[in-house]
Design a protein around this ligand. Sequence first.
Ligand code: PBG
Length: 341
Amino acid sequence: MKSFDKTEDFKLDLPRRPRRLRRTASLRSMTQETYVRVEDLIAPLIVKEAGEKEPVGSMPGLFRLNIEDLVAECRELAVLGVPAVAIFPNMDPSLKDALGSEAGNPDTLTLRAVRAIKAAVPELSVITDVALDPYTTHGHDGVLNEDGSYVVNDETVRRLCEMAVLQAEAGVDIVAPSDMMDGRVGAIREALDERGFIDTAIMAYSAKFASAYYGPYREAVGSAKAAGTTLLGKETYQMNPANRREAIMDALMDEDEGADFVMVKPAGAYLDIIRELRDAATSPVAAYQVSGEYAQIHAAAQLGWLDYEKTRDESLLAIKRAGADVILTYFAKEVAKKLRG
Ligand code: PBG
């Protein structure tokens, strides 16, 4: 019988002591199960028409870049070994209308940016956003019905097909529909194939939740309006944060329609969805660590409440451990620099 009041006698008889392998740095490194690699990282970048690079207030370290600066940034990322960038446009408000007509312009900002990147850094994979929100005055990801009370699904999908084909023509490697309309992956696949773009891949924002964590991004691209519309919110197409089964269903539907990647967004608060989708799907799973996740870490670090680097690295490791194959993250460049030593 062990007695806790007699120090010398108190010995636990344990068949296994997990702390044995935590004792030294070499033992810990030998038994590490998960790693974040530079090859896992995708850098989201924001392009604007002209002028100096502009900081985004709530996202320290992120800038809106003109095409020339964007290309320079892409070159640096490619040198670091980051495999891909995801381009988002910050549109001049004068180009926006209720239909998002500018999205159909064959020379719109995003397409010029893609052509410039592919010409300068062809080895870097370029991903473009397929959604109308940067182009609509109301900030919704699609076109509205007559009284503005609903985002019309099928007409929006038709417009997305147009966008995806223009992006493929400009030379993107991957189109990424982020709109959450029903049936868009299949329709886009068909539109691309019909025109011979059989090798343009689709990264589907499959389980995209109606999340408060998108706030800082909406400031960055100037699509904040829809978030504040009380009559029509994005929860009429983005998913309910309470739903797990529905997320898996929608992602598997996207796979059936021809998605090459399925995505979970946001990432950090949805690690259970990432894991479940990793187990249920056969295509690579992407996770998007969104603007609010990035802002949160920066804000707490600025207050001195969290260790910036450790929290950043842990946030990415957790996403990887949950099952993500690739991570879209605003930390991509600095983490790539650190990993490259
Ligand atoms: C919408 C879109 C969103 C983000 C990128 N594209 C979400 C939204 O505004 O509803 C969010 C990205 C981020 O927060 O980092 N097509």
